[in-house]
Design a protein around this ligand. Structure first.
Ligand SMILES: [Zn+2]
Ligand SMILES: [Zn+2]
Length: 380
């Protein structure tokens, strides 16, 4: 009778034992993870921690590789432009247009090179030990942080008005090089759009092969060298193909139809240049528009993230959050380019200029707002 009672109770006991253990595990888990600030974002941050670790540790090694890639690809596009696209413009358009192309392309190139070199080699700005106004202490550097500065986990230092760490520059974008970074993005984007359109005609001829090429291959001495090396090899290959009783292709789209250059290298270079520039112009265009949008709002990339959180917090309390560094659209752009004090848009933005931003990056002027019943807070 007693044994029967125990057997009857066995499944219930097991269930209770398992439930008890699970309860303990649950409690232990919550005890370990308990934090009154724990939220979904904290958990997400913790889950993504390994990814951040990889980014922090490998971006600095990726930097030199990516900078080399930018230099190589830009040099290749410029070379293809000089060798293949510019001769085409020369033969197809009037002298006046050739001159316009010549000056415009070189103005773009000068701005791209200048802003890239300056963005990559200008220090973004490091806070000194004694700052006139500190908003907090950096937990990593154990030193005071001026307003708008943030710690870069890749550079392992605090950066004045930090925007982001750019692997394409192998440098942080901050107070002293933010203008160079944006202008580089803008001129590089403009350059890729220009090369895409200028090279569009010659690309069509090569890619679709419908029209006869009108540009002689020996426009520049380098073309002659190519003609000598590649032209000969190409002719030999063609002769070999003919002797092996294979009839040469009569298809217009085949490279054999493009004997204007007699050079497969040129053919591939033109297609490569067009596809690269068209792709980069779309990607860089989106990046540039995003940064232009932030600059117009008086925010850095980091502040955009912080301000969005602040806005939500204020809204929950029935308040409106206003960015203290927003001086209105034109005011923000003027401050960003460091204009004023005799500096003009024509001279200091459209042409390479070494001028420093206004102020010192340590003390920041803030905008003041007035309260209006109809529109909430308004910029004074
Ligand atoms: Zn720091
Ligand atoms: Zn950095």
């Amino acid at each position: 009778m007693r044994i029967q009672w125990r057997l009857m109770d066995f499944p219930r006991n097991v269930k209770r034992w398992v439930a008890g253990k699970l309860e303990n595990c649950h409690l232990a888990m919550f005890t370990l993870c308990y934090n009154q600030f724990t939220s979904f974002h904290t958990m997400l941050d913790a889950a993504l921690e390994p990814m951040f670790w990889i980014v922090d540790h490998f971006t600095k090694y990726m930097g030199p590789i990516m900078v080399t890639l930018v230099v190589i690809l830009t040099t290749m596009v410029v070379a293809v432009f000089y060798i293949c696209v510019f001769p085409h413009i020369w033969y197809q358009t009037e002298m006046l247009w050739v001159m316009v192309h010549f000056f415009f392309a070189h103005w773009l190139l000068a701005n791209v090179i200048f802003n890239y070199v300056m963005a990559a080699f200008t220090s973004p700005g490091l806070p000194p030990q004694n700052v006139p106004q500190a908003v907090s202490i950096c937990k990593k550097c154990i030193s005071p942080k001026p307003p708008r500065s943030h710690h870069c986990s890749i550079c392992k230092r605090c950066i004045l008005k930090m925007d982001h760490h750019c692997p394409w520059l192998n440098n942080c974008v901050g107070y002293y090089n933010h203008r160079y970074f944006f202008l580089f993005c803008f001129y590089m984007w403009f350059g890729t759009v220009y090369v895409t359109f200028a090279g569009h005609d010659v690309f069509k001829q090569h890619f679709f092969g419908k029209e006869e090429l009108t540009v002689p291959a020996f426009f520049f001495p380098i073309n002659m060298a190519y003609q000598k090396i590649w032209g000969t090899k190409y002719e030999t290959k063609k002769a070999e193909a003919a002797s092996s009783s294979k009839s040469p292709s009569t298809d217009d789209q085949s490279p054999e139809a493009l004997t204007g250059y007699g050079d497969m290298m040129f053919h591939n270079a033109i297609i490569f240049q067009f596809i690269l520039c068209a792709g980069v112009s779309v990607a860089l265009g989106l990046l540039m528009v995003w940064h232009a949008h932030l600059i117009g709002r008086g925010e850095t990339s980091i502040e955009a993230h912080i301000n969005t959180k602040q806005r939500k917090r204020y809204r929950k309390k029935g308040l409106i959050y206003k960015n203290p560094y927003n001086f209105g659209f034109w005011g923000n752009w003027k401050r960003f380019f460091g204009l004023g004090r005799g500096r003009t848009f024509w001279r200091h933005v459209l042409f390479p200029s070494f001028h420093d931003p206004l102020g010192d990056g340590l003390m920041w002027e803030t905008s003041t707002y007035k309260s209006s019943h109809s529109n909430g807070l308004q910029l004074l």
